[in-house]
Design a protein around this ligand. Structure first.
Ligand SMILES: *[C@@H]1O[C@H](CO)[C@@H](O)[C@H](O)[C@H]1NC(C)=O
Ligand SMILES: *[C@@H]1O[C@H](CO)[C@@H](O)[C@H](O)[C@H]1NC(C)=O
Length: 276
């Protein structure tokens, strides 16, 4: 709904003068430079070479169409900053969701980093990820808030908040994240775009908008792909030296950045960073 009214307003603005186009909002940036110009279907299929293999439980779920449609709900995504910044943000996002859903192994066909988007839900969850100290996001009896979708959305408080932001009942119907590919991609982009204090948003970090705080400096956190890993799973993966999970994320990012013809930027790991 919002997308429809905003696109007509941007056409109106465009007909008045193009000068405003660059200053008004990221809506106009998204309209003028859709991310489909940076990632077409061919590149998408090259990044995710095996997502539709029979061996992948998510085969035929994570469609290009759903991905592009979901990005339209988040007009700042992949539209902020220079061309290189835009490509780097998209590559970083796709790399992180590839680690979360990856089905590769060291000697896998086409290498370990060609197997992103293979899974849509966590296979052997250790719990139902209900933290009942979050009173405002009460767990619904019998429901599991295990990892689902591209970012492997987990925990009642994330399902509750994502559902509220995106218009579904995340607490009562968490399964929809593994059943509806548009909603599924939206949950991953919601997580990417949304600041959850004291963590910044992954988006702000990757577009260079985030300014380090004193706490970051004290924790030896630096801006880059490693900080994004810290936001996503730092409590388990960061500040413990070289870590296979962190290196897997970096492996995807390097392959994708190369396919996007963009540099990865500095600070790829979080080996020496304390978590948030
Ligand atoms: C929805 O996804 C769950 C797994 O999270 C699955 O068990 C269930 O069968 C799916 N329901 C539909 C209607 O596809
Ligand atoms: C901070 O991180 C850098 C790498 O980014 C590392 O070389 C340095 O030793 C770290 N310092 C501390 C105090 O951990």
């Amino acid at each position: 709904m919002a997308a429809v009214s905003l696109s007509s307003s941007s056409i109106f603005i465009f007909s008045l003068t193009t000068i405003f186009l660059f200053s008004i909002s990221s809506w106009e940036a998204a309209e003028a430079h859709p991310i489909s110009t940076l990632i077409n279907k061919k590149l998408y299929n090259t990044l995710f070479l095996h997502k539709d293999d029979k061996a992948c439980p998510a085969n035929n779920f994570y469609t290009y169409r759903s991905f592009i449609k979901a990005t339209k709900w988040f007009p700042g995504f992949g539209t902020t900053g220079s061309l290189a910044t835009r490509k780097r943000e998209i590559a970083a996002f796709l790399a992180q969701i590839s680690h979360e859903t990856g089905g590769g192994w060291a000697t896998a066909p086409d290498g370990p980093y060609s197997w992103g988007l293979c899974y849509k839900e966590e296979i052997n969850p250790g719990s139902n990820y209900c933290d009942d100290t979050y009173k405002q996001w009460p767990c619904y009896p019998g429901k599991s808030y295990k990892g689902r979708g591209p970012i492997q959305l987990s925990w009642n408080f994330n399902y509750g908040q994502a559902g509220k932001a995106l218009g579904f009942d995340g607490l009562k119907n968490p399964e929809i994240v593994a059943n509806n590919s548009l909603i599924s991609f939206k949950t991953a982009l919601w997580f990417w775009m949304t600041e959850q204090k004291p963590k910044p948003s992954c988006h702000d970090v990757m577009v260079g908008r985030y300014v380090l705080t004193k706490a970051d400096v004290a924790a030896n956190r630096t801006v880059g792909f490693g900080m994004v890993t810290n936001i996503i799973n730092g409590a388990l993966e960061c500040g413990i030296g070289s870590d296979a999970r962190v290196n897997d994320r970096i492996g995807y990012f390097k392959r994708y950045a190369s396919l996007f013809s963009v540099q990865t930027g500095p600070n790829l790991d979080c080996a020496n960073q304390k978590s948030f």
